[in-house]
Design a protein around this ligand. Structure first.
Ligand SMILES: Nc1ncnc2c1ncn2[C@@H]1O[C@H](COP(=O)(O)OP(=O)(O)OP(=O)(O)O)[C@@H](O)[C@H]1O
Ligand SMILES: [Mg+2]
Length: 604
């Protein structure tokens, strides 16, 4: 019997950073989460910026002192040196603080954006396969990058465009109190009014910005989809058709973009009108007071400098606020898509695999919005048994395999491995025990060495070479210009189908898992290569529980059991010799495929 325990290297220590972390769902809570992750950095940044902005206000006051000293009558150096030194000193301190803030802000914002993207990617890959079937891969990738950018823009906007004008404003109020309290009061009233107006305006525009973000993600996804299907486009002379289709999508995006952008322009106009009125009013008021002899010339300089500063800063502020609401709209949109709770839970307990017995019990499964594929389907596979799965295209073979890997959950019934429901153990521990050679081996655009090593990251180069020799790919790899370091292109396009498949088999050799699943592992091979691979596979299947899907029945020769699927129903089950004696699906298929009916070798 097969009593392989997984070798120790297949049970890596649980990495704490891979534990599911729940990310906040609302954009503001999400952004705050990453501020709390670096409290000292953000506090330091806050203090530096408040300090720098305060100095900037104090500089205006220094200027007032200087003007007053100069206007005092006597033209003496003794009268001006102190205000001058104060003025210059404040400018130096202000600039030092700004630069320190820039240095710290750069480190903090960049690091937070790194965390955000890594966390989102980790969360994204935890979604079940059906999620990826429903979303454009390119759009998801764009979204993660864009969300990192949007969060960075908000943190940066907060630090450089929102916080400084707020400090300016508070400082200006304090300073104006020394001139005339009514002016301070007027400034407060005016700025509150403008802030309320612009914010209300910004919030009302959010749906437009969101629509633009959605549409632009869609266009990104469409382009990626088209580019990755460029072979089909060429083969069907569809370049013109695809361009037109894309231009329609882009036109829709442009419409959304114009609407979002024009909305911002309107906000700018509103702001300009308000602030011109305010700055003009304050200056006239200050000159009026000066004419009456109530304030000094320095005070007039101070009032006008401060109002212009506020005018300038509040334009930044208003735009940054509107910008931020736009970014927040985009973040909300992305979080709603990527940050959904995972449809499959991921318990902590690892799968305890002793033998590799598989029990599929009365499962029910339907793809979303499709009729049930499996209804009350059961299959027991004792440990160490080699089972061939046969069935027409679309009968559910690949689906059964993906259910076994828990790429999706059954809607009723259960799948158990060595008595443990696969829903009760961690997904990674389950998949560690199952090596799959899929119907289409997809490769990363990395070196061949790395691609094979994907089966077991800690394997040495020598072990990789051995796996490659076992899968009969060592020879062709060494003939490539860069041997094992050759890059294979996106999804492995620079290799032939048969070569890709052999790399997939090498991966499975390297992974050395107790349960082996072959989904038409030899379909892309010529007869010669297939014979070689058959020999390799015969070695690979030793001592493992094996499920092998095959259209070419000859490849199932050495198997002790065949199950035949038809539209998700198990119609035949037994040793191949027994099935061949009857007149069922298997024996009919067999007769079709073998002119000279060579009976399969008896099972071992
Ligand atoms: N992601 C999906 N969403 C919806 N339906 C799907 C999805 N994948 C497969 N199906 C449907 O489920 C049925 C079974 O598909 P499956 O891939 O399991 O068949 P198969 O037996 O592996 O076929 P083949 O021999 O062609 O590989 C098919 O009718 C297919 O259209
Ligand atoms: Mg299939």
């Amino acid at each position: 019997m097969n009593a392989r325990a997984a070798p120790p290297h297949l049970q890596p220590p649980v990495q704490p950073n891979l534990q599911p972390r729940v990310l906040p769902a609302s954009p503001l809570a999400f952004l705050w989460h990453y501020v709390c992750a670096r409290p000292w950095h953000f506090t330091g940044l806050f203090l530096l910026i408040v300090g720098a902005a305060s100095c900037a206000v104090a500089v205006q006051y220094g200027m007032k002192l200087l003007v007053d000293a100069m206007a005092a009558g006597a033209r003496l150096w003794a009268q001006v040196w102190f205000p001058l030194a104060l003025f210059l000193g404040l400018i130096v301190v202000e600039n030092v603080l700004w630069r320190l803030g820039g240095w710290l802000g750069c480190r903090t914002v960049v690091a937070s954006c790194v965390d955000i993207r890594v966390d989102l990617f980790r969360h994204l890959t935890g979604h079940p396969m059906r999620y990826f079937n429903q979303h454009f891969a390119g759009a998801l990738a764009n979204r993660i990058s864009a969300l990192g950018g949007a969060a960075g823009a908000i943190y940066g906007g907060l630090a450089w465009k929102i916080l400084p004008p707020v400090v300016d404003f508070l400082g200006a109020v304090l300073v104006l109190l020394t001139v005339d309290w009514r002016m301070a009061l007027a400034l407060i009233g005016f700025v509150l009014l403008v802030a309320a107006l612009i914010t209300a305006f910004g919030v009302r525009g959010r749906t437009r910005h969101q629509r633009f973000a959605e549409q632009s993600a869609r266009v990104g996804g469409e382009i990626v989809d088209a580019v990755s299907n460029v072979w089909t486009i060429k083969a069907f002379s569809a370049r013109e058709r695809e361009s037109q289709r894309l231009s329609r999508e882009i036109a829709r995006e442009a419409q959304a973009q114009r609407s979002s952008w024009m909305y911002l322009e309107k906000a700018r106009v509103l702001h300009d009108i308000c602030l011109t009125l305010m700055a003009g009013g304050m200056l006239v008021w200050a000159i009026h007071l000066w004419l009456e002899g109530n304030v000094s010339a320095g005070d007039v300089v101070l009032v006008s400098a401060l109002t212009f500063r506020i005018l300038h800063g509040s334009r930044d502020l208003a735009l940054a606020l509107v910008d931020s609401t736009q970014q927040i709209g985009a973040i909300a949109d992305t979080l709603a898509i990527i940050n959904q709770p995972h449809a499959l839970d991921d318990p902590q307990a690892p799968l305890q695999l002793a033998e590799g017995r598989i029990d599929i019990e009365r499962i029910h499964f339907a793809y979303p919005e499709r009729d049930a594929l499996f209804a009350d389907f059961s299959l027991q596979i004792p440990a160490g048994q080699r089972v061939g799965i046969v069935g027409a295209s679309g009968s559910g073979k690949s689906t059964l395999i993906s259910l076994l890997q828990r790429l999706d959950d059954v809607q009723a019934g259960s799948i158990r491995i060595d008595g443990q429901d696969i829903r009760s153990v961690s997904q990674d521990s389950l998949r560690e025990k199952i090596a799959v050679v899929p119907q289409e081996t997809a490769l990363f655009n990395r070196s061949i060495l790395e691609n094979i090593r994907y089966g077991r990251p800690e394997a040495s180069d020598e072990e990789v070479y051995r796996a490659a020799r076992q899968a009969f790919c060592d020879a062709f790899i060494r003939e490539l210009p860069e041997g094992y370091q050759t890059l294979v292109g996106e999804r492995g396009v620079m290799l032939s189908g048969g070569q890709r498949q052999r790399l997939g088999i090498a991966r499975a050799f390297l992974k050395d898992a107790p349960i082996l699943i072959l989904d038409e592992a030899t379909s892309a091979l010529d007869t010669q290569a297939e014979a070689e691979i058959q020999a390799a596979l015969a070695q690979l299947v030793q001592g493992r529980t094996v499920l092998a899907v095959a259209h070419r029945l000859s490849t199932l020769g050495g198997f002790e059991r065949i199950v035949v699927l038809q539209d998700g129903v198990l119609v035949e089950d037994g040793p191949p010799q027994q099935l061949l004696r009857g007149d069922g699906v298997f024996s009919r298929l067999w007769r079709l495929q073998t002119d000279a009916a060579t009976p399969p070798a008896s099972a071992g």
